[in-house]
Design a protein around this ligand. Structure first.
Ligand code: ADP
Length: 488
């Protein structure tokens, strides 16, 4: 079965957030699960991907013809530890351009050309996908082109398509201006709100044979006004429900027993060894060594979605409790400023490291005691799963994939794997942090909690099986397992 897997980013070549983790690991997990699956992962040649590109092998130069003209494109390939990745560059895709600019309008042409070029590349190669699996608005153009432009072409006329939504509010607002230039029409599905019909995500929603999102809980939540980003009515009326398949994490990259970034590797049998990582991390952060003061951490985009303000407010409300905190991330300048101010107010106990730092992220997962994940909404969330794998206990809001992955210790004493706040507001998160700080004082109970968290299985194995079943259900509709395996 040939599957074309299209995404804006894929780790370790280019990674901005969770989509990079997913695209860099899911296709290879699928390949390991079923050697019959011939999956080609294709991303644009941009961001860090173009740096030090000596490992890139040119596959072919080709021309993309659109109503806007003839575009000279180049397809490259490179080998990463898990397998091969294709990168497309050329007219409209600048090597040095960042993966995402601040608004979709600025990125629209790049992603439209990329999406169309990826299809043209397959035809040039004589490699006709049976399924195109696109991710988010950036590559949704491909599904519209598949239906409207290639639909009557005998080569791709039978190709099926899947759109996976990783973050619903990002619909490509502002990108509608490029459609007509590239021969694409707005969506016409009458149940899509009129204002959304030119957005690339809507083109994908209308064209895809199946729409999925990255956790079962988020699949339910997007049908509500709070989380539907204006499309809740559409999701309610859509005939085919959105399928929720939980993301996994890459168990090679995220493994405390073999993590070369850690000063001290450890596993379930020697959790106390984490202490050395904590001491080293404290030194790296300029804190005095102290293993008994709980060290909280937050890793991720500095964005309103991630609840940065909630975290600050919750900790401000716990001034008298012993704790230290480190924030690692970049993003919204005004929220970055708030983090800086919070760190300046608390020089002895708060650090704000406003940068992207892969190694430091590993040090934090391997040394911090608790991971704050106070997201306003969270399609899946990876940091809480990585945290649990490292025995860094998540304290999270009860939304999306956080609900699907964390069992709250406060309401399930002796069985939990982390802490889920009763509500997503500042007070709810403050109270969850308070509960976690109290439990931390009982070393034995905390150790058991860490053991349970570390024992969870967040590997891609199960989710990859769900995606495989979904693929099979599209090209072999009678396939018995498919409908049963996929949760929605
Ligand atoms: P997103 O909504 O950004 O996709 P996720 O929780 O799904 O959030 O994934 C975030 C991923 O990016 C995790 O692997 C996390 O460790 C990583 N990450 C985020 N910010 C940073 C940073 N500043 N430095 C290093 N890694 C980061």
């Amino acid at each position: 079965m040939r599957v074309l897997f299209l995404a804006a980013e894929a780790a370790p070549i280019v990674k901005v957030g969770g989509l990079g983790d997913v695209a860099g690991s899911l296709p290879f997990a699928l390949g390991r699960l079923d050697p019959q699956l011939d999956i080609r992962l294709v991303i644009p040649l941009h961001g860090e991907g173009s740096r030090g590109n000596s490992g890139l092998r040119m596959v072919r130069e080709f021309q993309l013809r659109t109503p806007a003209g003839r575009h000279q494109m180049v397809a490259w390939a490179t080998i990463i530890p898990d397998g091969e990745v294709y990168l497309i560059g050329g007219d409209g895709i600048k090597n040095e351009s960042p993966v995402y600019q601040s608004n979709a309008a600025a990125d629209a042409e790049k992603y439209c050309i990329f999406s169309l070029a990826a299809l043209a590349f397959c035809l040039e190669e004589g490699w006709v996908p049976e399924i195109i699996h696109a991710h988010d608005w950036h590559t949704a153009f491909a599904l519209k082109a598949l239906r409207d432009v290639h639909g009557s072409n005998p080569k791709m006329g039978n190709t099926k398509s899947i759109l996976t939504i990783h973050n619903l509010p990002y619909q490509g607002q502002g990108a509608e201006g490029v459609l007509s230039r590239f021969g694409l029409k707005e969506a016409t599905d009458p149940i899509l709100p009129e204002w959304s019909r030119g957005f690339p995500l809507s083109l994908g929603l209308e064209s895809a044979d199946v729409v999925t999102t990255v956790s079962p809980q988020y699949a339910r939540e997007i049908q509500t006004k709070t989380f539907g980003a204006g499309l809740d009515g559409y999701f309610n009326r859509r005939q085919q429900p959105v399928v929720g398949i939980l993301n996994g994490i890459d168990y090679e990259e995220w493994n405390p027993a073999s993590d070369v970034a850690l000063m001290r590797k450890y596993d379930l049998q020697c959790i106390p060894d984490r202490r050395e990582n904590k001491l080293q991390l404290q030194q790296e952060l300029g804190f005095g060594a102290n293993s008994s003061i709980p060290l909280l951490a937050m890793i991720g985009r500095v964005d309103a979605q991630k609840g940065v303000g909630t975290a600050i407010s919750a900790l401000r409300g716990l001034k008298d409790a012993p704790w230290r905190a480190v924030f690692l991330g970049t993003g919204d300048p005004s929220l970055e400023e708030e983090l800086n101010a919070f760190a300046a107010e608390n020089p002895m106990r708060v650090r704000a490291l406003l940068k992207y730092d892969r190694d430091l992220a590993h040090h934090i997962y391997g040394g911090a005691d608790m991971l704050l994940v106070p997201s306003r909404y969270e399609p899946c969330g990876l940091t809480q799963m990585i945290g649990m794998r490292y025995g860094c206990i998540p304290i999270a809001t009860p939304v999306g994939g956080l609900v699907d992955t964390i069992l709250d210790e406060a309401s399930n004493p002796g069985r939990g794997t982390g802490f889920l706040a009763a509500s997503g507001d500042d007070a709810g998160v403050r109270s969850a942090v308070q509960t976690a700080l109290a439990l931390f004082r009982s070393r034995a109970k905390w150790r058991k909690l860490q053991e349970r968290a570390m024992r969870q299985d967040f590997s891609w194995q199960r989710s990859a099986a769900d995606y495989r079943a979904l693929y099979l259900s599209l090209i072999a509709p009678g396939y018995p397992e498919a409908g049963n395996r996929v949760h929605s």
